[in-house]
Every structure is written in structure tokens, then in C-alpha cells.
Design a protein around this ligand. Structure first.
Ligand SMILES: CC(C)[C@H](C(=O)O)[C@@H](O)C(=O)O
Ligand code: SF4
Length: 466
């Protein structure tokens, strides 16, 4: 019987199999950021070990960095300061490449890996960060790992990883105009739930996935983790190769020809079977948003806040009840009437140049609503430079938005970009948990065009209303 793509990559990386223990897997690329690495380096030091393959390890500073142009280098929070300094010192001590603050290649770890051509088809990639699934868009098997595993990879370039189950998400039809990869993944998560992918590696397949840009594929793979999946991936094709060609770390010349010949073999065999398959037809998909406090509590923007009583499952009903209290929402309220205070565009889900272009297309020539704060935060310094070369920053600032420097920013409240209590945001990020964007803050996850339209309207809405 044939194999799935995920199984093929796994098998080609098994270093050791011992009965009763998870497989020992070779790791091709280890990405790091400041939040999950300090203790790993402390552990190495305590054991007197070195980093086995510093050449396969790359670090950046993203979570704790200020994105304000004025306070970029003034990190006042002591914890953030200590973590940023630790990463700088540790990478210098252990000989690891570091794209830190001030470096042209700095950015959110899941944005810079693909952008530099570090993340490639067929690789095993790990990072001490759950959204490592993003790199699966390149046809890699990419897992988020914990800090003790970070230490293990640093020391050995291998990791014992538990076996996974396979799942196919088959996406048919083509996305209607104005409907994006973000809407698609929010709809998938609403359909299968936050635990729907548990223990599985999801392969996204079908014509609608083939038609997605690499940025779109990264958006859907990124959020696989919000459905509980171990990883998400898309088989590599011409779109992948066109994206990777000539990137700084992509193979060149004959090595490129050899690599692409191999990469073409990286696909699920026709006679392979998945442990689970989910079908979704996107022909009639509309912009999707979340109303609750987990990414599966979502619905079409055309709809209204649901009545918790409408959920048959008692767990889902209770979760909806408490989410509506936290979110300050009343059943039956049309989504398009919900006022917002802040709009955040950015994150490893939607902080790429394509996302910023989509936002600029909506904002061009239109001011954002008085009283609304809009932050536009490029996913990397290179994205920032590209956007400026295209004049997008002028569009943003002319509309009244803040154009900021690269980092995780308001996706997570561990840097100065935070919402105040009860402030409500439309956010292109991936998590709407209680307190995620600041204590007491209320988050609606949206696509880039919906974020831009909402900033103009001062309430949740889409470009068709403008
Ligand atoms: C800080 C980090 C460990 C965390 C993650 O694992 O995803 C963060 O990036 C997030 O998005 O919540
Ligand atoms: S942008 Fe958000 S989701 Fe992505 S790595 Fe940073 S904090 Fe995590």
C-alpha cells in the first residue's frame, strides 16, 4: 500500500527505532526564538555539551521586541529584556546564526524561515513554538516542540517524536472573490473543532489548495495547530518551486535541478489512505470571523452571535456561554454591527507582503474611522522593506494607520503592543483566547481584507460594504 507525504518524510528521517520508544528522528532545521530557548542553553551548559549542528540552527528575536519605531531598541520590560539578551549571548557563545533586532533578516520565526529559503520541501523542521506548522506549506514536516526538546535537538540534532495519525483535508471548488485562505482555515476549524486534528498531521489537498499562493498555504498550515493537529502540510508543486527559487538558502545551479527532481517525488501515493478525511467545498464560502474565545467559535461575517442554547453538545454550550460573557456579546447581534476599538494586521498567520497588499488595496484613498487605532506590523524586516518599496506604507499612514517594525506585536501580549481591558479588536492573528492580546481584551479573528474594512467602518465588516 502507498504512503502519505507525511509518512514518507518521517520514514526518510528515522535514525533509530527501539520497541517501546518513539522513533528517533533526524532534524534538518532547528529554528529558535527568545522565549523558549534560555533554559535549553542553560541545560547544555550544565551538562558541558556543545551544539551539534550550529549550521542547521537559526535564531531570531520576535516575541518580545517592541515594534514602535521610537522604542524599538528600548526594551523596558525586565523579563523581555532578559530573554532577548539571553538569546543574543547564547547564540554568540554556541556559534549559532542570529537574525536579531537591527538585522535585515530579523522577523517572526515562521515568516523568515520560508522567506530565506531555509524551510524546504521534504525537511523535518522544529522550533520551540506551536506555529511551526507554518513551514509545512513548503512540503516539510514541521513540529512545534517544548523547551526540553529544544535542548535535545541542540545537543543531538535528533528527537524522539511520538507517532502520528494522518488526516486529509480535501478542499474542493474555488475561493470566491474576497474570500481568503484565512476564511478557509477558520471555516475548517469551526467544522472540525479545536480538538479535531488531535494527534494527526493534516495534509491540505484539492484544487482550492493548489490554487493558493505560498502565503495562503502558510496561513492554513499555520492554523492547523488551532485544530489540535501536530502539523499541517501541502505537497510541493510549481508554486512552491517558483517561491523558493533564488532565495538565499535555496539550492542553486545543478543542486537546484537535483533538488526539484527529488521534491517532485514528495507527494502522497494514489493508493495511500489517511486515518481520517474531511471534505470542504469552498464554492459558497463567505468571509469568516470568530465571535468567541477559541478559534473554532467562528461563523460567517454575514451571520449573528449564536445563542448558546442552539448548541446541542453540553460542553460546547457551556463554552459558548462563558465566551459570550467574556466577549461582552448578546445572542442575535449581527456580526456586522459589532463596534471595534483596535485593528491589528500582522502575525505569522497574516503578516506577509501579500497580506499587506490586500490591506492596502482596501485602505487606498479611504481614511480609517475616527477613534479606531490600527496597527500594521510586517512579519519581518524584509517584508517591511518590500512594503515600503511598493509604497504601501504611504497608503497605511495616509489612512491613519500606524506602520510599525517587525515582530509578533499584538498577536500576543508579551511586548508593548497590547489591548486594554474590554477593548475589542479585529485581528489577523491566530488566537482569540482570553487575555491573549492583553488582560481582559476581546479578540475577533479575521482576514486581512476584513481587518481593513473594519478599520474604515469602525465595526466588523467587509470591503463589499465600502
Ligand atoms: C511563545 C510561544 C511558545 C507560543 C507558541 O508556542 O505558539 C507563541 O508563539 C504563541 O503563539 O502562543
Ligand atoms: S506571531 Fe503570534 S502566533 Fe506567531 S509566533 Fe508570534 S506570538 Fe506565536
Amino acid at each position: 500500500m502507498g504512503q502519505t507525504l507525511a509518512e514518507k518524510i518521517w520514514q526518510s528521517h528515522v535514525v533509530d527505532q527501539v520497541t517501546g520508544l518513539p522513533d528517533l528522528i533526524y532534524i534538518d532545521l532547528h529554528l529558535m526564538h527568545e522565549m523558549t530557548s534560555p533554559q535549553a542553553f542553560d541545560g547544555l551548559r550544565a551538562a558541558g555539551r556543545r551544539v551539534r549542528r550550529p549550521d542547521l540552527t537559526v535564531a531570531t528575536q520576535d516575541h518580545n521586541v517592541p515594534t514602535g519605531l521610537a522604542d524599538r531598541l528600548t526594551v523596558t520590560d525586565p523579563v523581555s529584556r532578559a530573554q532577548l539578551r539571553a538569546l543574543r549571548d547564547n547564540t554568540a557563545e554556541f556559534g549559532i546564526e542570529m537574525y536579531g533586532l537591527g538585522h535585515d533578516d530579523q522577523g517572526i520565526v515562521h515568516v523568515i524561515g520560508p522567506q530565506l529559503g531555509l524551510s524546504q520541501p521534504g525537511m523535518t523542521i522544529v522550533c520551540g513554538d506551536s506555529h511551526s506548522s507554518t513551514h509545512g506549506a513548503l512540503g516539510a514536516l514541521a513540529f512545534g516542540i517544548g523547551t526540553s526538546e529544544v535542548e535535545h535537538v541542540l545537543a543531538t540534532q535528533t528527537l524522539r517524536l511520538p507517532a502520528f495519525r494522518t488526516m486529509a483535508v480535501n478542499v474542493t471548488g474555488s475561493l470566491p472573490a474576497g474570500v481568503t485562505a484565512k476564511d478557509l482555515i477558520l471555516a475548517v476549524i469551526a467544522q472540525i473543532g479545536t480538538g479535531g486534528g488531535q494527534g494527526h498531521v493534516i495534509e491540505y489537498r484539492g484544487e482550492a489548495v493548489r490554487a493558493l499562493s505560498m502565503a495562503g498555504r502558510m496561513t492554513i498550515c499555520n492554523m492547523s495547530i488551532e485544530a489540535g493537529a501536530r502539523a499541517g502540510l501541502v505537497a510541493p508543486d510549481e508554486t512552491t518551486f517558483a517561491y523558493l527559487r533564488d532565495r538565499p538558502f535555496a539550492p542553486r545551479g545543478d543542486a537546484w535541478e537535483e533538488a526539484t527532481a527529488h521534491w517532485w517525488s514528495l507527494r502522497t501515493d494514489d493508493d495511500a489512505s489517511f486515518d481520517r478525511e474531511v471534505d470542504i467545498d469552498v464554492t459558497a464560502l463567505r468571509p469568516y470571523i470568530t465571535w468567541g474565545t477559541n478559534p473554532a467559535q467562528g461563523g460567517q461575517l454575514d451571520g449573528a452571535v449564536p445563542d448558546p442554547a442552539s448548541f446541542r453538545d453540553p460542553g460546547e454550550r457551556a463554552a459558548a456561554e462563558s465566551a459570550l460573557v467574556y466577549m461582552g456579546l448578546t445572542p442575535g447581534t449581527p456580526f456586522r454591527s459589532i463596534p471595534i476599538d483596535v485593528v491589528f494586521v500582522g502575525s505569522c498567520t497574516n503578516g506577509r507582503i501579500e497580506d499587506l497588499r490586500a490591506v492596502a488595496d482596501v485602505l487606498r484613498g479611504r481614511p480609517i474611522k475616527a477613534g479606531v487605532r490600527m496597527l500594521i506590523v510586517p512579519g519581518s524586516t524584509a517584508v517591511r522593506h518590500q512594503a515600503e518599496a511598493e509604497g504601501l506604507d504611504k497608503v497605511f499612514t495616509a489612512a491613519g494607520a500606524e506602520w510599525r517594525a517587525a515582530g509578533c506585536s499584538m498577536c500576543i501580549g508579551v511586548n508593548p503592543d497590547r489591548l486594554g481591558p474590554m477593548q475589542r479588536s479585529a485581528s489577523t492573528s491566530n488566537r482569540n483566547f482570553e487575555g491573549r492580546q492583553g488582560a481582559g481584551a476581546r479578540t475577533h479573528l479575521v482576514s486581512p481584507p476584513v481587518a481593513a474594512a473594519s478599520a474604515i467602518l469602525g465595526r466588523l465588516g467587509s470591503p463589499e460594504e465600502l
